[in-house]
Each structure stands twice: as C-alpha cells, then as structure tokens.
Design a protein around this ligand. Structure first.
Ligand code: SF4
Length: 146
C-alpha cells in the first residue's frame, strides 16, 4: 500500500537552504531555493551564516518549523553545514539524485530547476494557495540582531 504523505507545509515556518556550489547542480540548488521563496513556499535562509557560526542565525535556523536542504551533489555541503550545528533537515534534496548530471559549468537550466522545485513540493505535500491550502511563511524576513 502506498504510504500517504503527511502535509508538512502547514508548519508555521518553512525554511530552505541551498549549497549554492560552484557547479551547475550547486547553482540549480540555489535557483530552486530562490524560486521557492518567490512562490512563498519557503523562506530562503542564509546558510553561510550558519556555517560562520553567527549566533543569531544559528538560533534562528534551529527555530525553523521545517528545514529543507537542497544540495547539488552527494557531498551534501548544505545538509552537513546544518548538521554541524545539530540541525537535522526534515527534507534533504540532492540534485544529482534527480537525474541531473554534475558539471563545472556555472550555469543552470530552468527545466532542471523545475524538477528540483517540484521534488521539494512533493516531499512537503505542498498545495498551492487556495481555500483549502496550508499556511506558509515563505515571505518571512529574518532579523539576526543580537
Ligand atoms: S553539495 Fe556538491 S555542488 Fe554543493 S557545494 Fe558541496 S560539493 Fe559543491
């Protein structure tokens, strides 16, 4: 029997981080996160601040209702950066596992970005805004002032 996915987009604060690596897949991860933020599916969170151990940003990342990491390849720099400060992403996406080959062309393809975006939404059980849709907080602006 097919497992029914629990809708997770009703959580009050969905955030997404991307590895933003120097490759096509890193840039696809970055662009997918940008688009998810534009669509207000998830707030795009500054991963570099977490990696830099900026206290307010680490605290804010830990307070996320749902954290999504998008990595270009199996090295998983984004997920591992979160794990380094004891944050386990609820959803982990690896672009190369979606049939997209890694190259060191610093370019991205819109179709490939769409594959990643659709996969994130599927994992979240996301439904677009409407009378029966879930609440999302993709438009949240974070304040890291300490
Ligand atoms: S996960 Fe892969 S593509 Fe992304 S920064 Fe790390 S090595 Fe580069």
């Amino acid at each position: 029997m097919e497992e029914k996915k629990k809708c997770m987009c009703g959580c009050s604060d969905v955030r997404v981080v991307a590895c933003s690596g120097a490759s096509n897949v890193g840039q696809i991860a970055n662009q997918a996160a940008i688009q998810l933020a534009r669509e207000k599916v998830a707030g795009f969170f500054c991963l570099a601040g977490v990696g830099g151990h900026i206290n307010g940003m680490v605290k804010s990342a830990k307070e996320a209702g749902l954290m999504v990491s998008i990595d270009g390849c199996p090295v998983q720099c984004a997920a591992r950066t979160l794990q380094h400060v004891e944050i386990e992403p609820a959803i982990q996406i690896i672009v190369t596992e979606l049939g997209i080959e890694k190259s060191h062309e610093i370019a991205y393809d819109e179709k490939d970005c769409s594959i990643v975006i659709d996969k994130v939404k599927e994992e979240m059980g996301y439904r677009p805004p409407g009378p029966t849709s879930c609440l999302n907080r993709g438009d949240k602006v974070y304040d890291y002032t300490e």
